[in-house]
Design a protein around this ligand. Structure first.
Ligand code: HEC
Length: 503
């Protein structure tokens, strides 16, 4: 990392100097000095090795490798375009809104050097100066797991078609509650799995409640803990392409209830040829319970169930706002945003009791396909009385290439991908046992009011009706499908000259 930063900085400095010189001394008789040479070996490869090859190498999820000179030179113009637009590397959190670990962002100088390399005709440079390819650890990154679970059978992923969301219930086989510090995910076929979410549910609940469609697992992207029939159910984190597995910070852990099924939800991405996926997860247990439990602080609450999301067809800028308050001293460890295909932008800003504002997350160009969890480098203290304001915008026009319905239709809150949700969710813990008690007392006092509110919500009634209709065999609304991944991008790039994408 150090090396490439230093190199690109030097390069940028030379370039600036060269431009300045040429402006100052150019005359018809003296030819302008040329910009410093940018070569693959010295300038481009270090950037690619630091920022791209985690995904762009053989067998990984990206559609081509970016390891060799030939790999990169073949698509040089495309590399310049996707880095300039910051489409790659994929990273949706804007700088200045939260300081996150493992940030994937190129510097302006790195982007400029890729463009300059293309302009100079992609010189290879001295191959002796090539950086070493990073070593990618095979096997479990976090060490030997305490429990390894494998999908009971492989799932067939067709050669093409839309992305698939598929859930697999794997009996965890545990007879006492466990405290989970990490779940490490190992896809069977790396390039078909885009991301995975981990949940647990009452043992046997899936088999009992979800009719089989003849293939292993079941479809959909449901948060099971929101459906009472699956209880006890809960979250156990997730995995996305390119992320480093890590333990939860500061003795945090999730509870995995005795007798549960581990529910593995996979987002599968067809590769152009038929593939089979059979993934494995490793669970790491803590010996002692966490000091206090993990809590989600969400705005709007419950994925937006009560926010009355109701987006008219054609509406380009539908805004949902929500506020979360801390009723005890809390710390936030990470944040994730959630919406479906119409989501466009989400922003979260905290106002502390002393009036200071703290930008916590800003996603300018929400992409359903990159649902990263952003982990704060330093946990963020949210003292009692902090208010977190969240704004989420949606685009339900036909101009939104990700719109799953054509023509656009009225969209309300729901669990199907053509319905919408919206929330920014912080993973938090109270700061002390006294805070924990204060929060529990507060929650107990308002629990009844919340339950009432949920029971009386039109959204919940509509959802129950929708479930009944599906049970009775109703089809999804006419004209609504799940769009192909990154459709917008594929359309744009298809129109670009010189596109040579192969899988
Ligand atoms: C976290 C994984 C990941 C990282 C890191 C990553 N990519 Fe990608 N890249 C992908 C995936 C997945 C695709 C294919 C799907 C898509 O286009 O969204 C892709 C597609 C591309 C494409 C093709 C776009 C098209 O029009 O087909 C280019 C070019 C590209 N990446 C360049 C880069 C460069 C350059 C870097 C580093 C600066 C990088 N990527 C880092 C995952 C990654």
């Amino acid at each position: 990392m150090k090396r490439s930063v230093a190199l690109t900085l030097t390069f940028a400095a030379c370039l600036t100097a060269a431009v300045w010189l040429s402006a100052a001394t150019q005359s018809p008789t003296t030819p302008a000095p040329r910009a410093a040479a940018v070569t693959f070996s010295e300038h481009i490869a270090p950037t690619l090795y630091d920022n791209c090859v985690t995904c762009h190498r053989p067998g990984e999820v990206a559609p081509f490798s970016l390891i060799s000179y030939e790999d990169a030179a073949k698509r040089a113009q495309l590399l310049a375009t996707v880095t300039k637009s910051r489409y790659m590397p994929p990273w949706h959190a804007e700088p200045g809104f939260g300081d996150f670990a493992d940030e994937r962002r190129l510097t302006d100088a790195q982007i400029a050097s890729i463009a300059e390399w293309v302009k100079q005709g992609m010189p290879r440079g001295n191959t002796a100066r090539m950086p070493k390819l990073p070593v990618f650890t095979e096997g479990w990154q976090l060490g030997k797991p305490d429990l390894v679970l494998e999908m009971p059978e492989a799932f067939d992923v067709p050669a093409d078609g839309p992305d698939i969301y598929r859930n697999f219930a794997i009996p965890a086989g545990i007879t006492e509650d466990k405290w989970v510090r990490a779940v490490e995910f190992r896809p069977g076929t790396r390039k078909v799995v885009h991301h995975a979410l981990f949940q647990f549910a009452r043992g046997g609940a899936v088999a009992e409640l979800i009719p089989s469609d003849g293939k292993p697992g079941f479809g959909g992207a449901m948060p099971l803990r929101m459906v009472s029939n699956f209880a006890p159910a809960g979250d156990l984190g997730g995995w996305a392409v390119g992320t480093t597995p890590r333990f939860l910070p500061e003795n945090l852990s999730w509870t995995l209830k005795a007798g549960s099924d581990f529910i593995l939800q996979l987002h599968l991405h067809p590769t152009g040829k038929p593939e089979k996926e059979r993934s494995t997860v490793g669970l790491y247990f803590a010996n002692t319970p966490p000091p206090r439990r993990i809590r989600e602080l969400s705005a709007p609450g419950l994925f937006g169930v009560l926010a009355n999301i109701d987006i008219p067809p054609g509406e380009k800028n539908y805004v949902v706002k929500g506020t979360a308050r801390t009723f005890a001293n809390m710390r936030a460890y990470s944040v994730l945003a959630h919406a479906h295909y119409l989501g466009k932008e989400m922003k979260a800003i905290a106002t502390l009791p002393d009036g200071t504002t703290l930008p916590l997350l800003w996603i300018k160009d929400w992409d359903f396909n990159w649902q990263d969890r952003y982990v704060y480098k330093q946990p963020v203290d949210l003292p009692k009385g902090t208010k977190i304001d969240v704004t989420i915008t949606y685009d339900n026009s036909a101009d939104n290439p990700r719109n799953p319905c054509n023509p656009p239709r009225r969209v309300q809150w729901g669990v199907q991908s053509y319905d919408e949700m919206g929330a920014v969710i912080f993973q938090t813990m109270t700061s002390s046992d006294a805070d924990e008690k204060a929060l529990n007392d507060f929650n107990a006092a308002i629990a009844k009011a919340v339950v009432n509110q949920v029971q009386q919500s039109d959204t919940v009634k509509r959802l129950q009706d929708q479930q009944k209709q599906f049970k009775a065999g109703a089809a999804r609304p006419v004209g609504c499908g799940q769009p192909a991944p990154s459709m917008q991008f594929f359309q744009e790039s298809a129109a670009r000259p010189g596109r040579t994408m192969s899988r």
